[in-house]
Structures are given as C-alpha cells and as structure tokens.
Design a protein around this ligand. Structure first.
Ligand SMILES: [Zn+2]
Length: 252
C-alpha cells in the first residue's frame, strides 16, 4: 500500500515533469482514494479503460493519454463529463503522463519501443539530448524495408503501413512513438534510412517518396503501449502495490 501523495511525488520527480512544455497536465488529473493498492495502466483514459479498471477493483488508473488537452472545451460535459463522472463515482485516481513518459530514458515509450524492436540508441532529436522525444540509432544488421516491416509486425502484432521511399537496405533509423508523422522532415535532416512513428498523414507519403526514405506508421496505440506498462511495473515494485496493464484494442 502507498499513500497517493507519496507515489505522486515520487513519479513526478522520476519523470521530471517540470522539464516539459506539454499539451496536458502531467501527474494527478482526477483525485480519488488517498491510499493506492491497485494500479491499472492503459494507453488512453477512455470509458472502456475506466470500466475495466473498476471491474478489476483498481483504485488508480495510470495512462499516457489523460484529459484536459490544450485547446479543448474545458467543460465536464458529454463524453468527457461521463468519463470524469465514472472516475469520481468510483473514487478512482487518474494519473496522466504524456511527453515525460515519451522521453524518459528507461521507462519512456521511445526507449521501450527501441528495446522491443532491438534498435540501438545513438541520440535524440525533437529537443535536447535528455528531453528530446524523438530518438535515432541503428539496426544491428541492415534490413530491407519489407524485412523491417515484417519485424515490426511480429513484435507489435500489427502490420505497419510501409512507404518505401527507396529500395536500399535500412541501417540508420529514427523513431518517435504516437502521432509524430509531422516530424518526418526532422528525420530526413538526420540523414537516416527510415523513420518510424505511429500514424501517417496524406502528405507524409509524398515526403517519404520525395526525400527517399522508408516510412513506417506502426500504430499510435501500438507504439505507445510500452511506457505506461514499464512505469506501472516500476511503481508496483517500488511501492508494493499491484499493477496490471489493460489493452483496450485500437487499430490506429
Ligand atoms: Zn500519443
């Protein structure tokens, strides 16, 4: 069992939340029970995840995509009202960590994806060398575009969208989990052979073709399943609380 205040203070410090200019608040977004015994983690604080957490008897929900995003209607009505009402009725805490959980050097989405796919980290981009959310590095041996696509599909259990900007083998790669297709030009500037992110836009395809690099959209949800799991497992070990990751299937 852990005190919420203690767990929160530890996690906020661990993820260095003050170093990031984010689009949503990081940390405690909705307050419930003062004592934490059981954490359910998930990618997004959707209604389905909240219902599953209630069913699992959790007192705390830990997510990568929480609420209160910049620019959205702040009122607790409609879908958002329903979600928050469900949390409050069940006395659940909601902890959300966005960019700090993309970037963390051991528990973050990007390093966790790299470990899963066997990428060797050489540096970061989209920020400085400690907080940059994008990473670049290399494959242990060169792969063709088709081979890398098959490797990603096997590990993430989801077939990626692959745009072959050239037919050369891939050695140097850049990656950024989630909806980071807008940073493809920054990946081009790194001189890598391939860029991997979660989603694609119409124009991403043309950029990949015209700039001659392989582009992979491996799934926003699929690429961001790993940070929150690593963080949940870490907190469970540190505080002696239970943790389970609940995957709410999402093809995007
Ligand atoms: Zn995301």
């Amino acid at each position: 069992m852990a005190q919420l205040t203690e767990l929160l203070e530890y996690t906020n410090k661990l993820l260095e939340i003050d170093r990031y200019k984010d689009y949503a608040p990081n940390g405690l977004q909705v307050e419930g029970k003062a004592e934490v015994n059981s954490i359910v983690s998930g990618v997004t604080a959707s209604r389905a995840l909240i219902d599953a957490a209630i069913k699992a008897g959790a007192d705390t929900v830990l997510v990568h995509h929480g609420y209160f995003w910049k620019g959205e209607d702040p009122c607790l009505v409609g879908m958002k009202g329903q979600r928050v009402r469900s949390l409050i009725k069940a006395d659940l805490n909601l902890l959300g960590y966005h960019l700090p959980l993309d970037a963390h050097a051991e528990l973050g989405n990007n390093i966790q994806l790299a470990q899963l796919l066997g990428f060797e980290l050489e540096g970061r981009f989209l920020g400085d060398n400690e907080t940059g959310i994008g990473m670049h590095g290399s494959l242990s041996k060169p792969l063709s575009g088709e081979e890398l696509a098959a490797h990603i599909a096997a590990k993430l259990e989801r077939t990626p969208l692959h745009i072959a900007g050239n037919d050369k083998p891939i050695k140097r790669i850049a990656w950024c989990t989630g909806g980071a297709q807008g940073y493809i030009q920054q990946a081009v500037a790194l001189g890598v052979d391939a860029y991997i992110t979660g989603e694609a836009s119409e124009h991403t395809v043309h950029t990949a073709r015209e700039c001659g690099l392989h582009f992979f959209a491996a799934g926003h949800h699929a690429t961001e399943r790993y940070g929150v799991q690593a963080l949940g497992a870490h907190l469970a070990e540190k505080f002696g609380v239970s943790h389970q990751f609940i995957d709410i299937e999402n093809p995007v």
